[in-house]
Design a binder for this molecule. Structure first.
Ligand code: FAD
Length: 239
């Protein structure tokens, strides 16, 4: 098996004022094997030193009989990779990346409630997992996605998750907006949502956290303070 896969950008779409969706077709294979929640590490032409060219991105779609991977990527003003992906990469651009990897995946058997907590593009692995559960009919318990961002226009995959929430009573979708004044949902950060809802500790829950360290560190601290042991907390740190 070759160490690297090559993907060609098929489609790019604006997802929010600071986020784009990328569809990448992996060349030379019919199906890309991966587990929902995994990421790929891309080697991008952004630095002369190889190690400084590597950036990881969570796969945002579910495993299927396809060779197309989806990504949801945020633009960081001085970020080398995000500048390359937003300003230089275009339809047809080839991306070199390692095989999907990572252990931030669904339990083998979903026999506990899963609470997915994220901000911004940290939703990507959860979109993959939730899509996997519903499109591949994986038996599960209650699911709760808690998504945080600053303003309404930063909400990612909203219509999709709203649709799932409408169709399936065991799926709950909460959005926390930290800088919006006119909003009939939660105003503030993600933390008070899980603190209120899951204040009585039981062993029947697993918390999955994904995003940048500021949010994750705080969420882990608050979950531990509520009384949840580390064995019930899993996280994927973006940086
Ligand atoms: C397993 C894994 C999966 C990931 N999946 C995704 C994904 O699906 N989507 C996605 O958008 N990113 C994802 N990331 C983050 C991604 O790998 C890059 O770190 C990110 O794109 C920034 O790279 P860059 O080259 O643009 O910025 P860099 O050139 O590496 O950094 C530029 C500067 O920005 C700072 N910075 C980093 N993050 C932030 C932030 N949130 N806000 C402000 N400043 C910041 C850095 O400290 C640095 O000083 C993932 C990371 C990991 C480890």
């Amino acid at each position: 098996m070759p160490k690297y896969l090559t993907g060609k950008i098929l489609k790019i779409e604006n997802q929010s004022p600071t986020t784009k969706r990328f569809w990448v077709e992996v060349v030379g294979v019919d199906i890309v094997e991966f587990k929902a929640g995994q990421f790929v590490t891309m080697e991008l032409p952004i630095h002369e030193k190889r190690l400084k060219r590597m950036r990881s991105y969570s796969i945002a779609n579910a495993p299927s009989n396809s060779n197309i991977l989806e990504f949801s990527i945020v633009y960081l003003e001085k970020g080398l990779a995000s500048n390359y992906l937003f300003h230089e990469a275009k339809i047809g651009t080839e991306l070199k990346f390692k095989h999907p990897a990572g252990v931030f995946t669904l339990p083998k058997e979903i026999n506990k409630d899963l609470i997915f907590i994220c901000t911004g593009t940290g939703v990507a692995p959860f979109r993959s997992m939730i899509q996997d559960i519903y499109t591949n009919n994986i038996p599960h318990k209650n699911l709760h996605l808690i998504f945080g961002t600053r303003k309404k226009e930063g909400i990612l995959f909203k219509d999709e998750f709203k649709k799932i929430e409408k169709e399936y009573s065991e799926f709950k979708y909460s959005i926390a907006l930290s800088q919006e004044k006119e909003w009939d949902g939660h105003i503030g950060y993600v933390h008070p949502i899980f603190e209120e809802e899951y204040s009585s500790v039981t062993a029947d829950r697993i918390f999955y956290l994904c995003g940048w360290s500021i949010m994750i560190d705080e969420a882990v601290e608050r979950l531990k303070k509520l009384g949840y042991p580390e064995s019930q907390i899993r996280f994927e740190l973006y940086g």
